[in-house]
Design a protein around this ligand. Sequence first.
Ligand SMILES: [Zn+2]
Length: 416
Amino acid sequence: MTQVASNLQIDSARLWGTIHETAQFGATPKGGVRRLTLGAEDKQVRDWFRNACEAAGLEVHVDTLGSMFALRKGRDMSRPPVGLGSHLDTQPSGGKFDGVLGTLAALEVVRTLNDAGIETEIPICIVNWTNEEGSRFAPAMMASAAYVGDFTTEDILSRKDAEGVTVGEALDSIGYRGESPVGRQKFSSFIELHIEQGPILEAEGKTIGVVDSGQGVLWYDGKITGFESHAGSTPMPLRRDALATLSEIVLAMERIAIKHGPNAVGTIGEAVIAKPSRNVIPGEIAFTVDCRSADAAIMDALDRELREAIAGISARRKVDVTLDLVWRKPPTHFDSTLVDAVEQAARRLGFSHRRITSGAGHDACNLNTKIPAAMVFVPCKDGVSHNELEDATQADCTAGANVLMHTVLALAGVAS
Ligand SMILES: [Zn+2]
């Protein structure tokens, strides 16, 4: 690599400026962002992003699910580009950094290369993936999932939001149903910078998370059927109480996840009593379970032990419990060559770093099933994300963008 390239630094103030400039699209009173995918504010930030990319000399095209691709030519155009980027949509009550940092840092990388007059050997391509968040349309990360063939384009286009508007209609309403078939834009590799959305880096005082894995997910729908009866006249030993049963299941889940820690988690996040009443013993409850681990063997153990625990509890309490697996996503093991490249960039730039598992899902996890991918994490304040209070420091965002740039330079090569 040339001297200029190996010493290159992104423009911290310019990156910070774009993060705050785009935060006006959907700005909330408490300093957060509400930018639901394919809504009016999403159109505003997409238009801003397209203009910025074109001003930086990039060729922008949009696929039929609205994902935006901005290509910077390389010396060897016969090879697919190195991809970098993230997403610009947010949660209904989201922050300024989730997804935005990775997308705007990618733009900053290109601007920095332009200023330095650096041509890469392989082209590079910035991506803004449609609907990473999944709060308006399910599933989350649907565009990258369709990109790798987990869903057909037609299936995703027909998904509806709570008002009955389809993805296709929403794309048309903001003018972002592109021409390019999903999957046509190829990549040789993909790197995503993101805030950690967890507390580990901050707690350990590390600047860079070298993400080597992503948690696998088990989602269940459960149902408990006991027997409704009078709260005053039914003696305790004769009850078949669905809520008392659920309470034991919640504690069993907690015990099992702790046993398989530190990288296993289990959560019962929804529980609905069918006919709640102060003086009726709950007879029927629907609940959900979310279990995660980055280790496939631990995922199997979580499944087995949860089912065993439930079988014991339901037999003893004489209630019926069903547990249906509705989604199983295997753990992600990011490409080791790319993970090493991220680690080397962090080390060479002198940032404290550690290997880390992503607790949240990301587009890069989907992409990694078909193309080599990896991620760079930077700390966020108190580990808080999906919240208006989400925050990250300018120094950490700058460090992450520099690691992103030097990883991309290592992968794309500098044309001599
Ligand atoms: Zn995100």
